[in-house]
Write a protein that binds this ligand. Structure first.
Ligand SMILES: [Zn+2]
Length: 406
């Protein structure tokens, strides 16, 4: 029992059958959660174990941001780096995510004109980093005057629009992808450029037949597929083609919400922006949940915030990162609370639901016996009661304290 200890919490939001436990505790052993329950009971059962007193704090699962571009696009957007310092910048960005209470990421590798790293390079860069990172192999279509297309397989070399549906290329992407991220862009994206730089953002890139063929290849490889999509026309194609996860789904209609629910399609909402349309409003997020859709909230960072929407507190176009996850999720989470949702269900949008998207729901995202001991010691429920990363006092990853604000 060398690596075992007890955690005493004022309140634990488990996101499991146990719900919220006041004056609760956890027994952590070998990086896993061995017990969760009532503090007095745990204290009696394990009288000799070392104790950590967080009785003035809330303990929750640590956060999961299942849609990010931190390693490929962000480094050169934030720092004047070269190929030699790209990885250093990436690691600094990851450290910042960790300090924001995030211990699991879903990273998109899309291909990038100035970066010639392959998926396996990114995997090896982060091997010893205290973060659980899943990678999505994707292609990308950027809405410049002349559309630009890249793929994770062809890296910095741009490809033709027709190559995006090439069965051989799609097969390799299906093999390489860890999870249904934005594996392809049904609409050309503004990426992290300002609107004037990307006039063709929103244009539909695929035919329905091409999409169906791509979905078939992913499913033949036992992989789910996710897409970047916004607008009624693109969303209709995604639903028709049998796509499993819609990223963004900005502008989804009421009818399409019902159709997505019927087919068990999951949605990754990105309230910060990310497409040519107005991003997911608090009202949209409530409507998705009211229709029993499995919703995750992600940052899609780094991104310039969408302008002139009242639920975003930003008044400039500075690129925002994973440190804004709680802030951009807050208006929707508060509205869910007002609509009678339980705090466990609400926090699931930043923890259990994105863990499910990553295919790792049995590993983290809830505080439950047998799960990785990935948790936060915070001044309130992340995203619902707190939005400032300073209010996350400690971050634990696989039982180890990796952030400590005293
Ligand atoms: Zn994205």
């Amino acid at each position: 029992m060398k690596d075992s200890y007890l955690i005493h919490a004022g309140k634990i939001v488990t996101i499991s059958d146990l719900g919220t436990i006041y004056d609760g505790g956890m027994m952590i052993s070998d990086g896993k959660i061995a017990e969760v329950g009532d503090w007095l009971t745990l204290k009696k059962r394990f009288p000799t174990l070392q104790r950590h007193d967080y009785s003035d704090y809330v303990i929750t699962p640590s956060l999961v941001d299942c849609h990010t571009h931190l390693l490929e696009f962000a480094p050169s957007s934030l720092y004047p780096i070269t190929a030699s310092t790209h990885v250093l910048a990436g690691k600094s960005i990851l450290l910042h995510a960790l300090m924001s209470g995030i211990t699991a990421l879903g990273e998109q590798i899309c291909g990038h004109p100035n970066s010639d790293f392959a998926m396996d390079d990114y995997r090896s860069f982060i091997k010893d980093f205290p973060l659980d990172i899943s990678f999505a192999a994707t292609s990308i279509s950027i809405g410049f005057d002349r559309l630009a297309h890249f793929t994770s397989i062809t890296k910095s070399k741009s490809v033709h629009q027709s190559d995006l549906s090439d069965p051989l290329l799609v097969k390799i992407m299906a093999e390489q992808t860890d999870y249904p991220g934005e594996n392809l862009f049904i609409n050309a994206t503004p990426a992290n450029f300002t609107p004037d730089e990307v006039p063709r953002a929103g244009e539909i890139i695929y035919s329905l037949n091409e999409l169906k063929q791509i979905v078939r290849i992913f499913h033949e490889h036992d992989k789910k597929i996710g897409v970047h999509v916004a607008g009624v026309e693109g969303i209709e194609m995604a639903l028709e083609a049998g796509i499993d996860v819609l990223h963004h789904a900005h502008g989804i209609s009421k009818k399409q919400i019902e159709k997505a629910a019927l087919h068990g399609v999951k949605i990754v909402a990105t309230p910060l922006g990310g497409t040519h349309l107005e991003p997911n409003s608090p009202k949209n997020i409530v409507e998705l949940l009211n229709n029993n859709i499995d919703v995750s909230i992600a940052t899609d960072s780094y991104l310039p915030p969408y302008q002139n929407v009242e639920w975003l507190p930003f008044d400039d176009q500075k690129l925002r990162g994973p440190d804004t996850l709680m802030l951009i999720a807050n208006p929707g989470m508060k509205q869910l609370k007002e609509n009678g949702y339980d705090e466990n269900q609400i926090l699931a949008l930043l923890t259990a639901n994105p863990a499910e998207i990553l295919g790792k729901a049995d590993r983290f995202g809830r505080l439950k016996k047998g799960m990785d001991a990935n948790f936060l010691v915070a001044k309130g429920i992340p995203g619902l009661e707190i939005v400032d990363i300073e209010d996350i006092r400690k971050v634990y990853f696989r039982g180890e304290k990796v952030v400590d604000r005293g």
